[in-house]
Design a protein around this ligand. Sequence first.
Ligand code: GRF
Length: 204
Amino acid sequence: MTTRVAVLISGNGSNLQALIDAIRMRILAMEIVVVVSNRKAAYGLERARQAGIPTHYHPLKPYTDSGRSRSEYDADLAAFLREYRPDWVILAGWMHVLSHAFLRHFPYRVVNLHPALPGKFPGAHAIEDALAAYQRGEIKHTGCMVHLVPDEAVDAGPVIGTSDVLIYPTDTVETLANRMHQAEHTLLVQSVRRLIEGDEEEEG
Ligand code: GRF
């Protein structure tokens, strides 16, 4: 059975593209069954459409405007995704923290990509934070990781893979972010491949 994957994005979707390309090159034996974005303008939605993948826009604002809770938003998102029967849910630049109302539907089946090494720089400004720490002489390099999301801890959970990313004295946020994204694309594909192969071994 081909592994079914749902991908959640909020922006450019270059990591989604890395997955799409790896499927095309037969590096990953899986199907992306749906791509969801919380932002309508996310370019990743266009990447999905071009690859013939169903897309869905799931904004938070209608919930907050009508006094509905974040849990309801998360539960509705989970209900939508369950229709697609994903084996894995990949957060590839998804900028919302998912609560138990979502995670309980996909236990140990949600995977997050984060542009920092385990235990370092959680949150939305990991690359800027790492560069600032480097400039203060606190770190020599940074990196990225792919990890499982078993609970509501932010950018933390059992690690699937990491990749170191060098920082140079001449780096700006932009040059470091470019190098980070290159590393992420490779790491995400390697990590997802490891997860799929793990499933296959279990199936025997
Ligand atoms: C990546 O750096 C990811 O780690 C972070 O958001 C970025 C998404 O980039 N959480 P893209 O949308 O895949 O290009």
